[in-house]
Design a protein around this ligand. Structure first.
Ligand code: ADP
Length: 283
């Protein structure tokens, strides 16, 4: 059973669709970058996958079980609102969260926290830095021994060192336990380090879905004369044009025409190209 499958899932808030007709499958062991502009529907998708946001249409299933209304026992979710109990110490928090979960490993929490420099288990959670609090929250999520980990913007508000440590926790989890991870972030360079699969959403719909290497190989960046784009073949995703030069992002491009320079995009330029197209459409 795949860790996560979406079948024509949609979510409407009043008259507005936050997520629309999304279908995709996340295969086991993948580390998925969930990207898209603000308001694209990423948090709503993750909330539905975690079973805390109810779909309006269609549905998601985790390991073959519909997620609506409950979090699957094999799924851990860390939302953007990381409200931990600030008055508890890390040790007390570990015990409290453990008592709320049928399957729980205190050893795993200690193992994860042990990867970090100097987390004082007797410090109150409220006194920890924002970065350490996020890491403690991830450790709690991993204490449930999930097979699918859903992280909504786990790297936001973290300084570079804390980001690096947090990525290390995630990479160690994937290497040690083969956990499937879906994480949303705007930090594309960081995502590139850990992710092998991309899910790009915009206006509630999936725009790009697949193995990052394969997706990149399906796209080309062409740079050439602004005056004549007639020789360029492929599906144009977006373009930036100056008086002299055009830079085009193409999907399924034909061989590079004469007078143009063609390269494979990196993750950052691919995502930027799709975001640019999204902004143009909205104008
Ligand atoms: P993202 O995580 O990509 O920034 P969200 O899933 O948070 O996107 O939001 C998608 C859209 O749904 C946005 O237009 C947002 O304003 C709207 N939305 C999200 N949650 C709610 C809610 N609880 N009530 C009403 N609208 C919401």
């Amino acid at each position: 059973m795949n860790p996560l499958t979406a079948t024509a899932v949609g979510k409407r808030y009043r008259s507005r669709w936050a997520v629309r007709d999304c279908s995709f499958t996340i295969p086991e062991g993948k580390v998925v970058a969930l990207v898209g502009p603000n308001g694209a529907g990423k948090s709503t998708l993750l909330g539905m996958a975690a079973g805390i946001v109810r779909p309006t249409t269609g549905g998601l299933s985790a390991f073959g079980t519909p997620t609506a209304g409950r979090t699957h026992p094999d799924v851990s979710y860390l939302g953007q609102n990381r409200s931990l109990y600030h008055d508890l110490t890390v040790r007390e928090l570990t015990r409290a969260v453990g008592s709320m979960n049928d399957r729980w490993s205190t050893d795993r929490v200690h193992e994860v926290l042990g990867l970090l420099t100097g987390v004082d288990h007797d410090a109150k959670v409220g006194t920890l830095s924002a970065g350490t609090r996020t890491q403690v929250a991830i450790a709690m999520a991993l204490g449930r021994l999930p097979r699918l980990l859903l992280l909504d913007e786990p790297l936001s508000d973290l300084d570079p060192l804390a980001r690096d440590e947090t990525l290390r926790i995630i990479m160690t989890e994937v290497a040690d336990r083969g956990t499937t991870v879906v994480m949303s972030s705007h930090l594309l360079t960081d995502l590139r380090e850990v992710c092998d699969h991309i899910l790009l959403v915009d206006e509630g719909r999936v725009q790009v879905d697949g193995d990052i290497e394969e997706v990149l190989a399906r796209h080309r960046i062409l740079v050439g004369p602004a005056a004549d784009e007639s020789s360029v073949e492929g599906t144009l995703v977006s373009a930036t044009r100056t008086a002299r030069q055009s830079t085009l992002l193409l999907r399924e491009a034909a061989p590079t025409p004469k007078g143009w320079e063609g390269t494979e995009p990196d993750l950052e330029s691919l995502v930027m190209g799709y975001l640019r197209a999204s902004r143009e459409r909205r104008r």
